[in-house]
Design a protein around this ligand. Structure first.
Ligand code: SF4
Length: 89
């Protein structure tokens, strides 16, 4: 358990945001900047989709980060995206 926590801490950005190469992020195809996604290689992505407009994003007050329900409430950035994206109603 301690080793798992240590490996997760080392893979995270200083802000607490999950790193793109973290195993949880890789599993869902997390990208921290949706504007850089190439639709030719990421066919599930559509213009305008970001974590900020995803139902699974729970903003952390006063930051651009939010807890993502798809990865056990680990932190992602509002401008990110992943293949689990669920449009907010
Ligand atoms: S599930 Fe939603 S909030 Fe979580 S990383 Fe994917 S797009 Fe962002």
């Amino acid at each position: 358990m301690l080793a798992l926590a240590a490996s997760r801490a080392s893979a995270a950005e200083p802000s607490g945001e999950i790193a793109e190469n973290d195993p949880d992020a890789v599993r869902i195809g997390y990208r921290r900047d949706a504007s850089q996604i190439d639709k030719r290689t990421t066919p599930g992505y559509a213009d305008g989709q970001t974590c900020m407009s995803c139902m699974l994003f729970n903003r952390k007050s006063g930051t651009s980060l939010g807890a993502c329900e798809a990865i056990n409430h680990r932190l992602v950035t509002e401008g990110g995206w992943c293949k689990v994206y669920v449009p907010a109603m």
